[in-house]
Design a protein around this ligand. Structure first.
Ligand code: FMN
Length: 221
């Protein structure tokens, strides 16, 4: 978990099918509401299809990148009927340059794994609260993160991306995806070009976990 980063540079070697198989085999044991198992994976290695995904990815990405480069915190990028929201980066300058390079080469990364979910089977319990629902995602992203960790355990790096979800209608058509499935994530996967990191930038435990009340941060001892 400490070294499973957003990998921006990959070797060109393909990831063998059995490596993906092992990752899904382990990932499927994640929890889902009612054990309804709504998640499906589509592993894309076809170059023409990756080229198309890369073209679509760069539409919201470049809008974000240009605004982020000029110092804006949040952008709404308009590309026809497609809207891009912001992505938060921890280390602005290098992260952004690396992420931009990653975007320029989106189609060159060895595999793009489309995580799909049958939303009817996600069992959300927070749809009547007058705010954005989050619970349904918990039946999907547990499995997706398990998948990334299972790949990491086999030496394969990943980057979780969601910008392409804006193109769900086009992508469903491109891949002939069944009507009941929605796009939840596009996980780029491949062997890393550089060693896995030893330290990722994250908030300290004391700032994000509490015991009984918010004036009592969780302590190590
Ligand atoms: C829900 C989600 C959506 C993300 N979408 C994108 C994306 O579209 N493009 C991208 O370059 N990175 C995306 N990321 C990657 C994050 O930027 C990355 O996880 C974060 O900066 C931490 O990176 P690190 O683990 O290398 O420190 C996404 C991550 C998550 C969890």
């Amino acid at each position: 978990m400490r070294t499973q980063h957003a990998c921006r540079y990959y070797q060109s070697d393909p990831v063998p099918e059995q490596v993906f198989y092992q990752a899904v085999e382990a990932a499927r044991f994640g929890p889902q509401g009612g054990n309804r198992q709504p998640v499906q994976f589509l592993i894309v290695t076809d170059q023409d299809k990756k080229n198309q995904l890369g073209e679509w990815y760069r539409i919201p990405w470049k809008a974000y990148y240009e605004a982020a480069s000029s110092g804006q915190d949040e952008i709404i990028a308009d590309s026809g009927d497609v809207k891009a929201t912001h992505i938060t980066m921890s280390n602005p300058v290098k992260s952004l340059a690396d992420a931009d390079n990653f975007a320029d080469h989106y189609q060159d990364h060895p595999a793009i794994v489309i995580v799909l979910a049958d939303l009817e089977e996600t069992h959300p319990t927070d749809t009547d609260l007058g705010r954005l629902s989050i619970v349904g995602g918990a039946s999907v992203y547990t499995i997706a993160q398990n998948f990334c960790l299972a790949l990491r355990g086999q030496g394969v790096a990943t980057t979780f991306t969601t910008l392409l979800c804006m193109f769900e209608p086009q992508i469903k058509e491109l891949f002939d995806i069944p009507a009941n499935l929605s796009t939840a994530a596009f996980i780029v996967a491949g062997y890393p070009a550089k060693p896995f990191p030893t330290k990722l930038f994250r908030k300290p435990v004391e700032s994000m976990a509490f015991l009984d009340s918010f004036d009592r941060p969780l302590a190590a001892t």
